[in-house]
Design a binder for this molecule. Sequence first.
Ligand code: ARG
Length: 262
Amino acid sequence: MCPPEHFTVEYAINPWMDTTVAVDAGLALKQWEQLRTTLTGLGHVVHVLDPEPGLPDMVYSANGAFSVDGTVYGARFLYPQRAAEAVAHQAFYLAEETWKFIAPEHVNEGEGDFAYLPGAYGGIVLAGYGFRTEPSAHAEAQEVLGRPVVSLRLVDPAFYHLDTALAALDDRHVTYYPGAFSPASQRVLAQLFPDAVLADREDAEAFGLNLVSDGRNVILNTEAVAMGRKVRNAGYLPVHVDLSELKRGGGSVKCAVAELRP
Ligand code: ARG
């Protein structure tokens, strides 16, 4: 995670960002701390990346890379405003010998557009494209990580990253909002995950799919009340965290957490 010390909305690269409304930096930091203590309180280890001035979106650390079983596929941001974030993430992985870091050739925004399901079909990667990550990066990720990569086309600009429309609930189960995907990609998801927890547009707009799950606890935005009920009915424990300020940049829980898979 990376604290939102330099968080602002000074450019708009997704429909949620409104540069005319000032963000409450103090509140953003307080809410971020709450997310961090929620995760550590549940027994998770959180590494903190140093925030850098001039990189207001750095708090969305999920976009910086994607790791599977010790191999890290680096990010390459679409927009120049975020390009330098990839360097900070790369330095984090290079500093620890346990990681094998591979720099990317193709545009991809890390865990924003990649999800890993270790228990599904022997371990598969779900990958989004249409707004940020290039389909060519899906093929590159498959070569780097040695796991089947299933390409899914995102069609709604409000849900511009895969992690705004789909989440892993545990090693083999997912939840997603079908309307964020092309009809063909909806067909693919229905075939692969017939038992998925289906979300609706309201859940997705409350950033209810932008969640982090450890297989038991599902940490999600406070606004996503209905989504909390859905995951509870599916056998998980919803844990709500208020991230209203981070939503102004177009992100929530998942965007703020880069999961490490050593
Ligand atoms: N303002 C950031 C952007 O548009 C938000 C990134 C959200 N991150 C995510 N994993 N969906 O790039």
